[in-house]
Design a protein around this ligand. Structure first.
Ligand code: GDP
Length: 298
C-alpha cells in the first residue's frame, strides 16, 4: 500500500546521507520532499502540516547540537514522528468489568464490518472468550446470512433476527442479542450494524439508537483504507454522528495510496486498534504504529 510513499521518503533521505554536515537548507529540502510525498499519498493537510512542522523543529535543534551523524538523527526524527502520527503505543481493548463486553461496529457499507465481526470473533475466541455476533445490519439483503457464514467459520455463535428477536428492527435485534449474551454467559458480544454507501443521517441515527440501546464498551469504526481522500470526511462524520472509541483499518492489503491510514488518528484523535489485511478471517492483526512506520521507512 505504501510503496510509492515509501520510495519517495527513503529517496529524500539519500540526499542527506551523502553529507558530513547538514545545513537548515538541507533539512528543508528533505522536508519539502516528504511533504509532497505525503500529500500525494492523500494524507490530510492538517496532519501533513503538523508532521512537517514538528520534524523541522526537532531537526533544526538536532543540527545546532552538532550531533555526530546528523543525517541519521533526522531520519530517526522522521521515524519517531511517523510513529506519533500513527498513534504511538497500541492500547488494549476495553473489557467490561462485568461481562459481557459489548463491541459495536460502525462504518460505511462495504467498509468490512461483517468480515471484521468474524475476524474479531475468531481472535477473541482464540483468547478463550465465549463470543456472540449480533446481526443488526438489516439494510443489506444478504448481511444476516453473511454474518452467519463468518460466525460459523470463526466458530462463534450468531444472534440473528427471528420472530421474537425483533425482525426488521435493528435496535431491537441489538438489544435482544446483548440480553441473550448476558443470560447465556458470553464474555463478548459483537454487534454488526448497517452502513450506507455514503454518509447518511438515517444511518447515523440508527447507529446512535443501537449505541444507546446496548451501551457498548467499545465502538469500533471500520474504515476502508482504499477510499482515499474521502476517509477524512467520513471519519469526522462518524465521530460526530455516532462517536467511536477505536478505529479498524480494513483493506490494508490493497494498493491505494495509504493516506487514510496515516490521517485517521491525527484527524479524529481516536487510536487505530486493529488492521485488516485480506478477505480471510486470519488476515487480521493488532495495529502497531512502530511496525507500520518501519514498513514505510524501510
Ligand atoms: P460491510 O458492508 O461493512 O459489512 O463490509 P463486508 O464485511 O461485507 O466487506 C465488503 C467486502 O470487502 C467483502 O467482499 C469483503 O470480503 C471485503 N473485505 C473486507 N475486509 C477486507 C480486507 O481487509 N481486505 C480485502 N482485500 N478485502 C476485504
Amino acid at each position: 500500500m505504501f510503496a510509492s510513499l515509501s520510495d519517495r521518503i527513503t529517496g529524500s533521505f539519500k540526499q542527506l546521507r551523502g553529507k558530513g554536515r547538514l545545513s537548515e537548507a538541507d533539512v528543508d529540502g528533505t522536508i519539502r520532499e516528504i511533504r509532497r510525498a505525503l500529500l500525494e499519498a492523500d494524507v490530510a493537510l492538517p496532519v501533513v502540516r503538523q508532521f512537517t512542522a514538528s520534524v523541522r523543529e526537532k531537526s533544526v535543534s538536532a543540527l545546532s547540537s552538532q550531533a555526530l551523524n546528523p543525517a541519521q538523527q533526522v531520519i530517526k526524527i522522521v521515524n519517531d514522528e511517523l510513529v506519533e502520527v500513527l498513534g504511538g503505543d497500541t492500547r488494549e481493548l476495553n473489557f467490561a468489568s462485568r461481562p459481557p463486553t459489548v463491541i459495536m461496529l460502525a462504518g460505511l457499507q462495504g467498509a468490512g464490518k461483517t468480515t471484521l465481526a468474524g475476524k474479531l470473533g475468531l481472535w477473541l475466541r482464540e483468547q478463550d472468550n465465549k463470543v456472540l455476533l449480533v446481526a443488526s445490519d438489516l439494510q443489506r439483503p444478504n448481511a444476516v446470512n453473511q454474518l452467519q457464514i463468518v460466525g460459523e467459520r470463526a466458530g462463534v455463535d450468531v444472534w440473528a433476527p427471528e420472530p421474537g428477536n425483533g425482525v426488521g428492527d435493528p435496535v431491537q435485534v441489538a438489544r435482544s442479542g446483548v440480553e441473550h449474551g448476558r443470560q447465556n454467559h458470553y464474555n463478548v458480544v459483537i454487534v454488526d450494524t448497517a452502513g450506507r454507501l455514503g454518509v447518511d443521517e438515517e444511518m447515523m441515527e440508527q447507529a446512535r439508537n443501537i449505541r444507546d440501546a446496548v451501551n457498548p464498551n467499545e465502538t469500533l469504526f471500520v474504515l476502508d483504507a482504499m477510499i482515499g481522500q474521502d476517509a477524512v470526511q467520513t471519519s469526522i462524520a462518524f465521530r460526530d454522528g455516532v462517536g467511536f472509541t477505536g478505529v479498524v483499518l480494513s483493506k490494508l492489503d490493497g494498493d491505494a495510496r495509504g493516506g487514510a491510514a496515516l490521517s485517521v488518528r491525527g484527524v479524529t484523535g481516536v487510536p487505530v486498534l486493529f488492521a485488516s489485511t485480506g478477505e480471510k478471517l486470519e488476515d487480521f492483526e493488532r495495529f502497531h504504529a512502530d511496525r507500520m512506520a518501519s514498513r514505510i521507512l524501510d
